[in-house]
Design a protein around this ligand. Structure first.
Ligand code: AMP
Length: 475
């Protein structure tokens, strides 16, 4: 029924600017890496909410005439990507509904783990759902709440949902940001700093979106915080009991843009440090280090620095690759990867190569890359991964395949090495992953590596018991 647990998303919102939709569009552009399937913006001009949602990339969707139509002083937007779920515009966000207090729209990044149960209850009492996304549950909970004020309804709705949410709402006169008490997904607050723009607030999944529109970073929206932006300025509320934090470590490893600052640290610097630690843990005699671009680049720089080996780009990436290709009938070897990456013989021929990437999911890409490196003359290929083995799926908003498809869920490092045909393979240790935090593991969710799920969820996507805080407290 729900496909949301395979979704990756970005949210972006601006309050208090005459061209808010244009700024949201730019922010979504900077956040395209978080979702490439559909996009949408909803703006408010104080009288009505104006919506545009469409399948495709941000740059293709928001043409000048579309942005012009999205008039108003406040707007929220969303990018979505889903592999296994329904790829349909009805699941594109922001969702807009009309309820007793007027129209409201919502953008959601994250995944609710009890959406199925809540939806059954809501449908039994007459709610009619338009999508297969769990986000709609939040909207229905708000619409059916008996609380008098919007804030009362939002607090009540959010107190009933479990799991990960970084949310933005827009109403006729307000924008509201909310982050779940465990803080699974990032959400940052900024303010426009130039001339007459001063005063407009910006909320975004990542700081790279603030940079593009020259907004000043103020702080994170804190876990458990609800911020209202309205005619009387900004108001913060923390209505829920404090919970142990479970910020996603995979945002550091792979998902966030390296130029973003996340949970107080620059992602690029963190990745470099992970690469250095990887070199300390698993050095190997070699002639050069080469990254799998783009995901492995910062870690490869750190690895090369630490191991005092030259860094070379043995693989070059085509940045204009779309998602579907027409394959020639006489199939070319490694076609899927070859269209994206090309190995350089001039760099690799006769060399012992350390190739660095951030993670292995199914192992199929890594296997093709290693074959390509050998075809280009590499004498030895040593794969180094700047995270521990990905052994479990994510239920909180990162698109990972089911457990059985994750090669590390049922194979040892040696078995994976044989499958990908590397001369050697080493992952970063779990302790090593926290080296940039001086070994402090508290406050992060690393369930995809450790199996410690802070909020429980099984492989079919149904909620078991909700051990909401137990798992983290036992650590
Ligand atoms: P494979 O060898 O087929 O498992 O592919 C590994 C590649 O997938 C690595 O280069 C990762 O950077 C990349 N990767 C890891 N997680 C994700 C994700 N959630 N979405 C897309 N690519 C990912």
């Amino acid at each position: 029924m729900f496909d949301k647990f395979k979704e990756e998303c970005a949210v972006m919102g601006v309050y208090g600017h005459p061209e808010s939709a244009n700024l949201v569009y730019l922010g979504l552009y900077a956040l395209q890496h978080r979702g490439q399937e559909s996009s949408g913006i909803v703006s408010s001009d104080g009288k009505v909410l104006i919506s545009h949602r469409q399948m495709g990339l941000v740059a293709d969707i928001f043409k000048e005439e579309v942005i012009k139509r999205l008039e108003g002083f406040s707007a929220i937007g969303h990018n979505r990507y889903s592999t296994s779920g329904q790829s349909h515009v009805k699941n594109a966000q922001p969702f807009v509904v009309e309820y007793a207090l007027g129209p409201i729209a919502v953008s959601h990044n994250g995944n609710l783990v009890n959406a199925g149960v809540l939806r059954e209850g809501l449908e039994a009492s007459g709610s009619i759902f338009q999508s297969t996304s769990d986000t709609e549950v939040i909207i229905h909970l708000i619409a059916t709440s008996k609380e008098r004020t919007l804030m009362g309804r939002i607090v009540e709705a959010l107190s009933r949902v479990r799991g990960a949410y970084s949310l933005l709402f827009v109403t006729l006169d307000r924008m509201i940001a909310a982050r779940d008490p465990m803080g699974f997904r990032p959400l940052v607050l900024g303010r426009l700093k130039r001339g007459k723009d001063r005063g407009a607030y910006v909320v975004s999944s990542e700081t790279c979106a603030l940079d593009l529109i020259e907004a000043e970073y103020l702080r994170e929206v804190e876990p458990g915080e609800i911020i209202t932006f309205g005619p009387d300025g900004m108001q913060s509320l923390k209505p829920f009991p404090p919970a142990p934090h479970a910020k996603c470590i995979f945002e550091y490893i792979y998902f966030s843009r390296p130029d973003s600052n996340l949970y107080g640290r620059n992602v690029y610097q963190v990745r470099k440090e992970l690469g250095r630690q990887l070199a300390r843990e698993s050095a190997v005699a070699a002639d050069l280090v080469t990254p799998v671009p783009d995901s492995g680049v910062p870690a490869a720089i750190g690895y090369a620095e630490q191991s005092r080996l030259p860094l070379e780009f043995g693989l070059i990436r085509n940045h204009y690759v779309g998602r579907t290709f027409i394959e020639p009938q006489q199939s070319i070897r490694h076609f899927g990867v070859k269209i994206k990456l090309n190995a350089q013989r001039e760099v690799l021929n006769g060399k012992r190569v350390v190739v660095v990437d951030d993670s292995i999911v199914r192992g199929t890409t890594s296997r093709k890359i290693i074959r390509m490196l050998r075809d280009a003359g590499a004498k030895e290929v040593h794969l180094r991964i700047s995270s521990p083995p990905t052994s479990g799926p994510c239920y909180y908003g990162i698109d990972t395949p089911t457990r059985s498809e994750l090669i590390a869920s049922s194979n040892s490092v040696e078995e994976i090495r044989r499958f990908i045909e590397a001369d050697s393979l080493a992952y970063l240790s779990r302790e090593g992953m926290y080296v940039f935090l001086d070994g402090k593991t508290q406050g992060f969710c690393d369930a995809c590596f450790s199996g410690n799920y802070p909020v429980h969820f099984d492989d079919e996507g149904h909620t078991h018991q909700l051990h909401l805080f137990e798992a983290l407290q036992q650590r």
